[in-house]
Design a protein around this ligand. Structure first.
Ligand code: PMP
Length: 460
């Protein structure tokens, strides 16, 4: 955002006016945290809002402002904030103990739910985050195949560990970001996200590929969508070449469908990484998949077969609180229609936003699949009819082009009572009512008008 935009903007003035307590807290945060934040995606100019409590699809900030929330705990809260059964299960567990330094029955129940619901899950190992789950999936794949290289796709996010830190929002040439070893980057190939022929050529050019890792609905939870065809083609290619296919279902797991994207598309990977919804809104992750790959973590099988097992620790793996939240959330999802509701509400929201954009004469569009949505802010000024926008046809390069008004649009939505992620986009939960969606669409209308008034939105 330019300085001029910052100082002269009515949107930013309204934001500052509304969020004075957040401004105070943000002022203090700068001396505690780098950039005053604890997660890069919370970076907001001029400062981020501080939230105090949340319920269902809504949350309230430190100044008492109410927001319809589409951050959804970074996608973890398919059931919305503070779902009663999950809260009760965590409270009960809290009084029993938060960490036994021991095996406990709830972890069996949790692991069994993963086995029941996720098609590839013959065995499960819990971690504390999605980052860790992916890290372990890659290590398992390398150990299983005895090969070094990983193929990833441009823009696909897999956490912040060394193997996934580049080629996501920068360093698309595969060079390492600061602090990452050149050797790791040299053993990672970044494939284009929308050119399967090139992926095939990469496979033909390398006979030392251990694994291919991808987000199964496309980069950033489908911001750059891919389809079932690509998944099926990858499944065939990896099977032919003995390469481990890893789906990162940290976002899509238990969301796209009860069994994630793999169940929806009918493509079963060798390994899957999970987190977010898995742990019902508390920290947690898991790697699951083929028994003959996860046996690399097994003491007895390693001894019997004479191989060196892969070590795995983690103080909070399958901790009782996360297990309580996770089992409760997964049972609700397994036995109910939360995925279908969130998908339906997502589709409705996209339609309502596009209707508003069309009425406002905007050449933006709202798109996405399942319960995800993104705004295409059309930085290249293409001729777009929001009611006929086809994200598949426009291509990944256009969809990922940065817009200079994205941050201001997000602030304008906050001013009008809606919080989305900075993409700009978000996730709809099963707790989002029709009223929430209608409120959101009107907030989009107000935000577009505010931006237009400031000269930030070209009339279509
Ligand atoms: N993979 C994907 C697809 C994600 O969206 C995320 C988190 N946004 C991660 C991995 C990392 O998960 P975590 O934040 O739990 O480490």
């Amino acid at each position: 955002m330019s300085d001029r935009g910052m100082t002269n903007s009515q949107i930013i003035a309204a934001y500052r006016e509304k969020t004075r307590r957040s401004a105070e807290l943000a002022g203090e945060a700068g001396s505690i945290f780098p950039s005053g934040i604890t997660h890069d995606s919370r970076r907001t100019l001029p400062y981020a809002v501080y939230v105090e409590n949340a319920k269902g699809a809504r949350k309230w900030d430190a100044d008492g402002n109410e927001y319809v929330d589409y951050y959804g705990g970074h996608g973890a809260l398919l059931l919305g904030h503070g779902r009663e059964e999950v809260v009760a299960a965590v409270q009960t567990q809290l009084s029993r103990g938060t960490h036994f330094g021991a095996c406990h029955e709830l972890e069996l129940k949790w692991g069994n739910l993963v086995k029941q619901m996720v098609p590839c899950a013959e065995r499960v190992r819990f971690t504390s985050s999605g980052t860790e789950a992916n890290l372990m999936a890659l290590r398992l794949a390398r150990a299983f195949t005895g090969r070094p290289k990983i193929v990833r796709f441009k823009g696909h996010f897999h956490g912040w560990h060394d193997h996934a830190a580049f080629g996501v929002s920068n360093h698309f040439d595969g060079t390492p970001t600061p602090g990452v070893l050149a050797e790791i980057a040299a053993n990672t190939v970044i494939a284009p996200s929308d050119d399967f022929d090139e992926t095939r050529r990469i496979f033909e050019a390398h006979d030392d590929i251990a694994a291919v890792l991808l987000e199964p609905t496309g980069a950033s939870w489908g911001q750059l969508p891919i389809d079932g065809e690509m998944l099926r083609a990858l499944r065939q290619l990896t099977r032919e070449r003995g390469v481990v296919l890893i789906f990162d279902e940290v976002v899509t797991g238990f969301r796209v469908s009860k069994g994630g994207a793999q169940a929806h598309f009918g493509v079963t990977p060798d390994l899957t990484s999970l987190a977010k919804i898995l742990a019902g809104g508390l920290p947690g992750g898991a790697v699951c998949g083929r028994a003959d790959i996860l046996e690399l973590l097994d003491f007895d099988i390693a001894a019997a077969k004479g191989f060196e097992k892969i070590g795995h620790q983690g103080t909070y793996n399958a901790n009782p609180l996360s297990a309580a939240a996770g089992t409760t959330a997964l049972e609700i999802i397994r036995d109910g229609d939360a995925c279908e509701i969130a998908n339906r509400q997502g589709e409705k929201l996209r339609g309502m936003c596009n209707q508003v954009l069309a009425e406002e004469g905007s050449n933006w569009a709202c798109y996405g699949q399942f319960s995800g949505f993104y705004f295409y802010l059309n930085p290249q000024g293409r001729d777009v009819d929001p009611l006929r926008f086809d994200a598949g046809a426009i291509g990944h390069a256009a969809l990922s082009a940065k817009s200079s008004v994205a941050e201001k649009f997000r602030l304008a939505l906050l001013v009008n009572g809606v919080d989305i992620a900075s993409k700009p986009g978000g996730s709809v939960s099963a707790a989002h009512s029709d009223e929430d969606l209608a409120f959101t669409a009107e907030a989009v209308r107000k935000a577009v008008r505010m931006l237009r008034e400031e000269g930030d939105l070209a009339a279509a």
